[in-house]
Design a protein. Structure first.
Length: 240
């Protein structure tokens, strides 16, 4: 092979590698950027987890990493129940391992979604969130998602994990670390790893995620740096 042809092959190989690298980079999800205060829509937040305050309700410890991440793009509106008055405050709702709701409120929530509301439900069938609150105390997050038929009404089934412990899953295009995630199945669009189900319900949308522990990435250390990016990306998808 002549020197000129060899150099041409080298140049072509380098160009091909560069193009491949660019293609891989283009396939990586881009984290949703922050919004200005005026641009941030309301995000209703219904949760049993210590996201707004720590378990001692001390102001010095308020503001979890998940809350701070959410506040870069949304105006957080905490609500305590999913009734008509509270749901009227916005059109996007994050139910992050919520406390049990009454049957009446679940009917209201279902109707709110069907009229065009968008909800993301973090339904953890085996919560591993560390807590200093003793079991049985109403301030302690429930050990499992308190479902009273809403998921089945939406055509979904949520099963507990076969194995406990950390596991990699995909959320919003990001590889995240979960802890004892559940398994979703049913008539909605369910992800290949069974972590996420995306449902079209009337004029609205509901996305169900079978884990809530991923909201505390500090518990996992290395490898969980994109947990909250995945949360924002999935919220952007359900809320669009």
């Amino acid at each position: 092979m002549s020197g000129a042809r060899w150099r041409a092959l080298v140049v072509m190989s380098v160009a091909a590698l560069a193009a491949a690298a660019v293609g891989v980079a283009m396939m990586k999800p881009v984290p949703p950027g922050p919004r200005t205060s005026a641009q941030r829509p309301a995000l209703l937040l219904l949760t049993s987890l210590p996201l707004l305050f720590n378990e001692d309700f001390a102001l010095s410890g308020s503001g979890s990493p998940a809350l701070k991440k959410l506040e870069t793009r949304y105006r957080i509106v905490p609500i305590s129940v999913a009734d008509g008055a509270e749901l009227a405050k916005g059109r996007l709702l994050l139910m992050a391992h919520p406390p049990a709701q009454t049957a009446e409120n679940l009917v209201v929530l279902d109707e709110w979604v069907r009229r065009g509301g968008h909800v993301m439900v973090l339904a953890d069938p085996l919560l591993e969130w560390p807590s200093k609150v003793p079991p049985g105390n109403p301030l302690r997050p429930p050990p499992m998602y308190m479902d009273t038929g809403l998921l089945a009404h939406w055509g979904l089934r949520l099963d507990a994990p076969d194995r406990r412990g950390p596991a990699e899953r995909i959320l919003g295009g990001y590889r995240i670390i979960t802890n004892s995630p559940g398994d979703l199945s049913g008539s909605c669009a369910v992800s290949g790893d069974h972590l996420v189900a995306r449902c079209s319900i009337g004029a609205g949308r509901a996305t169900v995620v079978a884990d809530a522990d991923f909201l505390d990435p500090d518990e996992f250390g290395a490898g969980a740096e994109h947990n909250l990016d995945g949360l924002l990306a999935e919220l952007a998808r359900v809320g669009r």
